[in-house]
Design a protein around this ligand. Structure first.
Ligand code: MD3
Ligand code: FE
Length: 202
């Protein structure tokens, strides 16, 4: 366990068989709710492709950022796979159960610019992220944009917990290191981000 600016990095939390089982579960989710390349409000495509599982999925399009109960195709998001929920229960047993699992798919050239996650109803609840596939260079900033940053490599099987003050820090993915993992059948990375997105009304 490493602590980087309030982020709890649980290195190698998932062993290889657990990672493989999780990828199979995610592929099943993606058959029902295929990856989409979202666009920003200005119509700029993100380099990351996304889908979700759970009661709510995070979407962005010309209407802006929000949580929605349905995939853009109109189908409900599939349930969060049990092994993914088990990670949450193992690392943040005191938290409410997550109602959203964002699936971020990084092709080798994909990245994610520095941003804050604040579209959730209860910002006191933690966020848990699971990395699968190629290594990614994760950058951690501050509670406001700018300032000194710190970077850490996220590897397949790593789990990260963002709670307390880390919950609102700026962060992003600078780059993927293609070919550093043999988990997926093509170079790239999957990140699963578990969140309590909705209010306590459930
Ligand atoms: C810190 N995803 O989906 S995971 C995101 O690897 C996102 O795909 C990155 O940032 C990825 O929003 C980073 C680590 C992460 C996820 C959520 C956070 C860090 C976070 C929420 C609040 C603070
Ligand atoms: Fe984020």
């Amino acid at each position: 366990m490493r602590d980087v600016r309030g982020f709890r990095l649980l290195d190698g939390w998932l062993d290889r068989p657990a990672q493989q089982a999780m990828v199979d579960e995610i592929r099943a989710v993606l058959r029902a709710a295929p990856l989409v390349r979202p666009v920003t409000r200005r119509g700029q495509p993100l380099s990351v492709r996304m889908s979700s599982a759970g009661r709510l999925g995070w979407v962005t399009d010309r209407r802006g950022y929000r949580y929605e109960p349905r995939h853009p195709s109109g189908v409900a998001w599939p349930p969060i796979p049990e092994p993914v929920l088990a990670v949450w229960k193992g690392v943040v047993p005191e938290a409410r159960l997550p109602d959203s699992c964002l699936i971020n798919w990084y092709d080798p050239q994909a990245r994610m610019g520095m941003h804050q996650d604040r579209d959730e109803a209860d910002l006191t609840q933690p966020v848990v992220s699971i990395s699968l596939g190629d290594d990614a260079l994760f950058r951690i900033g501050n509670l406001e944009r700018g300032g000194r940053t710190e970077s850490v490599w996220l590897r397949s099987g790593d789990v990260m917990v963002m709670g307390g003050e880390a919950r609102l820090t700026f962060h992003g993915i600078d780059r993927i290191a293609p070919g550093t993992s043999t988990l997926l059948d093509a170079p790239g990375r999957i990140n699963l981000t578990l969140r309590v997105a909705g209010g306590s009304e459930g």
